[in-house]
Structure formats: C-alpha cells, structure tokens
Design a binder for this molecule. Structure first.
Ligand SMILES: [Zn+2]
Length: 147
C-alpha cells in the first residue's frame, strides 16, 4: 500500500505524513496543539450552523424530566420522586403570564415552546424597537423612505 503524500499542517505549518488509515481526509498534523485547534474550529463551525442548540438541548432535557415525573420515576441518585420542571425563566414583561398553570394545562413541552417564542419576541422588541411610522406604512403598503 502506498503511503499518503506529505501535507502542510494549517496550524503549525510543518509538513506531516497523514496516517494511512485517514489518508487524504487528514488535514492537520497529529500534534496535540494542532488537534486541539482543529477540534475547537470544528466545534465553532458546528455551533455557528446550529445556533438554536442550547435552547433545543434544554427543551429536550425538560421534556424528558416531565415524562419521568409523569411516569412516577425516582431520581437514581437520591431516590426522591422526579418533579415536573419549574417553568422556564422569562423576561420580566412575560412574568404576568401564569406559566405554572400553562404547564399544568397544556404540558411542559407546549408551555416551554410558548415561553421560548414569547421570549424571542420580547427580546426582539427590546433590541429593535420598530418605529410606529414603519408599522403604519407596512399596513398601508407605502414604501418607506431609504435611510
Ligand atoms: Zn500541526
């Protein structure tokens, strides 16, 4: 079997021969520092492509907790019964909504989704106040003047 051709590592710029098992797929030398940088770059790229991951991961955990509570499961470490998760924290403007009641009535998954959507809208309103003139011109279909 022919050895893969030497390449230049984009991080340390040294030439290296890829591992024959990886061949042309290996783009970075096996140096510890370069591998750490490669993983960091891969993870940053993944996070950039999946910006909603922290939210969806948290929602999945809460959903699993709600299922466990409903099934009457107990915490494996403490033996305590698993409770429904507390409602998601929301911005102050949304605290008047009875989120605990929403969880009881429509379930944790639906209440979480509503809280997430409402929080996104509330944050959007906070950071990007839309002037009333834009809203009314949007309603009447008038073109807005260029900035
Ligand atoms: Zn390197």
């Amino acid at each position: 079997m022919e050895l893969p051709k030497k390449r230049r590592c984009p991080f340390c710029t040294k030439r290296f021969r890829p591992d024959p098992r990886q061949g042309s797929r290996q783009r970075v030398c096996s140096g510890e520092d370069c591998q750490r940088k490669r993983r960091a770059k891969t993870q940053a790229s993944w996070r950039a492509r999946n910006p909603d991951y922290p939210a969806s991961s948290q929602l999945k955990k809460r959903s699993a907790q709600a299922d466990a509570a409903e099934a009457g499961q107990r915490d494996q470490a403490t033996g305590e019964p698993i409770c429904q998760p507390d409602p998601l924290p929301v911005p102050q403007a949304l605290e008047m909504i009875p989120w605990s009641l929403a969880q009881e009535e429509i379930g944790v998954r639906a209440a979480d989704f509503l809280a997430l959507v409402a929080t996104c809208l509330a944050n959007r309103q906070k950071t990007r106040e839309v002037p009333k003139s834009l809203c009314s011109s949007a309603l009447t279909g008038q073109e807005r003047a260029p900035p």
